[in-house]
Design a protein around this ligand. Sequence first.
Ligand code: NAD
Length: 268
Amino acid sequence: MNGLKGKNTLITGASSGIGQAIAVRLAQEGCNIAINYRKSPAGAEDTEEMALQKACADIENCGVKSLLVQGDVSQEEDITQMVNTVIEKFGSLDILINNAGIQIESPSHEVKTEDFDRVIGVNLRGAYLCARETIKHLLNQNRSGVIINISSVHEIIPRPMYVSYSISKGGMENMTKTLALEYAHRGIRVNAVAPGATITPINEAWTEDLEKKAVVESHIPMGRAGTSEEIGAAIAFLASDEAAYITGQTLFVDGGLTLYADFREAWS
Ligand code: NAD
């Protein structure tokens, strides 16, 4: 896609699932990729291997650079260090993908404060701090740039038993719009992608169980869960110059999940 070749990109939580697929797709598009992981580098190494292999399928993209960057996005010092490392190794940072995310299940009246703080700390505060450090760099260098936040259909659909997750993704919508408005005139576009039910490790509870999977899929108008690659494709579009006039938006990639499937048939 136009405008991606040679762009320096940081993807948080890129050692599995959606983040991994995004890194692979952006490398295929010719981006240099910084692959963030929280603890063990094994998954990030897999991402790097897959990304470089796929990129090299197109000889023109064989030169893409890759970098593994350790960092817990709930820790401010880790974030500043991570962003500085990317800038130092790649020379600049053009595209940030805020993908790292966690969820903790609990009835809302029993949520432990430390669990609430942990989810908000990773999903919302972490995404904001990564955006803040990236924007500082872009402004200092007078560069245009792109930030994409991985939100969720739970940005707008309430999710009982996951109140901190719902709050984090709801907050992400306003963060996306606020940053988009504040920095549009400086050439920085900020958007979100909201996946529906997607087959990744975060959903092992139902993806590994055929009966549960069928129940989940019965609520999706298109009749199936999504793939990480389908999310990666939306990211590539929004990061590219094909989306040059799009900012402050959430693109739902959900097989129609947000269309209120219960209204498919007339109620009376
Ligand atoms: P996943 O569990 O495979 O990916 C989450 C990634 O975030 C992991 O690589 C994990 O190591 C990383 N991470 C967690 N805490 C971190 C921290 N403190 N610092 C750095 N990295 C950290 O699940 P996924 O489905 O690929 O999730 C990716 C994003 O997509 C999340 O933000 C999630 O909320 C969102 N999402 C997923 C779905 C879905 O159905 N899979 C739906 C909507 C939104």
